[in-house]
Design a protein around this ligand. Structure first.
Ligand SMILES: Cc1cc2nc3c(=O)[nH]c(=O)nc-3n(C[C@H](O)[C@H](O)[C@H](O)COP(=O)(O)OP(=O)(O)OC[C@H]3O[C@@H](n4cnc5c(N)ncnc54)[C@H](O)[C@@H]3O)c2cc1C
Length: 375
């Protein structure tokens, strides 16, 4: 396997890093997440227009730059380093990823809008009883009058308040269908709230929401494989974001321990703290390596793809906890104060730990898939 990034991927990372250094410092970010809106549409417009970044992972036929999952990983790692809240995951990785999978007229219509920053998407798949199962869907899509009528409830829809369209999973007959729904559709009610990591989410209720048949992604009742693939893509992207966050937590900790004096010497001269920071480094690099492998295997057959995605998610979940806890401990109590960036990174890392399945969930999924493979 070739683990080197291409010149274009390096340029993508450098361009984004330089933009974020100028526009996304910790104080500005803190002020923005405290506003009622909670995000900056201007930043989103910049990512689309100034940086041409929202098209990095899409084929040229849709107006993209011809990249794929690796470009998403490069972007997500940088977003993780700066604690960016704007919805790249929901809009580009998941929303755009699903449209790219189905292709056809919907992709031709919506991918250019995503790339231009005009359509902001959120993935409405989770329900209170689902417990990380993508197939556990009670929301219904009933065929009527040249379209579908949606009824049901979705919870914890990340980026819900910012979305212009929602991708909604719903049961139709025996299977699961996927529908692109306008966020202001009649019969749709949203309850928005802030999340612990500085983001926003919504609980959404659908009461007889009519969706035209052209807004169906893929075949009716056959969307589960699409959704499973999108979830594995999301997992890889989240792992890359967590790696970015861990890099920052480790860098801040090393800098602090090198500068803070105790008993007349820098904390970093204590061997036990050096060992802790070496453990943090190892956990981080193992996570980065496994994330890269999982990202590169996203095009492999479903079982192989899922196995390595779960391996990465479980590793990243454990590592982010280790890195976050060690960082806080080495900083002392101030590591969990609002004023220091560290605690905010740890919160985001903790939230990632439960997005698209907890560490325990992915360890079990990995074990089940390994046993099935061995049988
Ligand atoms: C929100 C909050 C809640 C808190 N709750 C409690 C509480 O319930 N109980 C309580 O007792 N305190 C509490 N504290 C205080 C906190 O424990 C101290 O801030 C912490 O002990 C760090 O001590 P310090 O302020 O002297 O930091 P620093 O002197 O800046 O020390 C920073 C780091 O250096 C390490 N260190 C210090 N001395 C040595 C040494 N000799 N050798 C090697 N490493 C060393 C420490 O482990 C610490 O991680 C709280 C603080 C906050 C902000």
């Amino acid at each position: 396997m070739d683990f080197d990034y291409s010149v274009e991927q390096d340029m993508l990372r450098d361009t984004l890093a330089s933009y974020l250094a100028d526009h996304y410092d910790f104080e500005t970010r803190g002020a923005v997440v405290a506003t009622p809106a909670g995000w900056r549409p201007k930043v989103w417009a910049d990512l689309a227009e100034r940086l041409n970044l929202l098209g990095a992972a899409f084929p040229e036929e849709y107006g993209g730059l011809g990249g794929g999952a690796l470009e998403n990983a490069v972007v997500m790692e940088e977003l993780g380093k700066a604690l960016v809240v704007e919805p790249y995951l929901g809009t580009v990785v998941i929303g755009g990823g699903l449209l790219k999978q189905v292709g056809g007229a919907l992709a031709a219509e919506w991918l250019p809008r995503i790339i231009a920053g005009q359509a902001v998407l959120a993935f409405a798949y989770s329900e209170p009883q689902a417990r990380y199962s993508l197939a556990e869907v009670a929301t219904t899509a009933t065929k009527r009058d040249g379209g579908y009528v949606l009824n049901g409830r979705k919870t914890g829809v990340t980026g819900g308040p910012w979305a212009s369209q929602l991708l909604v999973t719903a049961r139709s007959g025996e299977g699961i269908s996927l529908l692109l729904v306008d966020a202001d559709a009649q019969g749709l009610t949203r309850s928005d709230y802030p999340t612990i990591d500085g983001g926003r989410a919504s609980d959404i209720t659908f009461h007889d929401v009519f969706v035209p048949a052209e807004r169906l992604l893929g075949a009716e009742g056959a969307a589960l494989p699409l959704v499973e693939r999108a979830a594995d893509e999301a997992i890889c992207a989240l792992c890359a974001e967590a790696v970015g966050g861990m890099r920052r937590m480790l860098a801040d900790t090393v800098a602090y321990a090198s500068q803070r004096k105790q008993f007349g010497v820098a904390l970093a001269t204590f061997q036990v703290l050096q060992h802790r920071m070496a453990d943090m480094f190892t956990a981080l690099e193992q996570s980065a390596a496994l994330t890269l492998v999982a990202t590169m295997k996203l095009d492999r057959p479903a079982a192989e793809r899922a196995l390595v995605a779960s391996a990465a998610k479980a590793q990243v979940g454990k590592a982010a906890k280790l890195v976050g806890q060690a960082a806080v401990q080495i900083h002392g109590g101030m590591g969990i104060t609002e004023e220091l960036a560290l605690g905010h990174y740890f919160r985001r890392a903790t939230a990632i730990g439960s997005q698209f399945g907890s560490t325990d969930f992915h360890l079990r999924r990995y074990a089940d898939l390994s046993l099935a493979d061995a049988a």
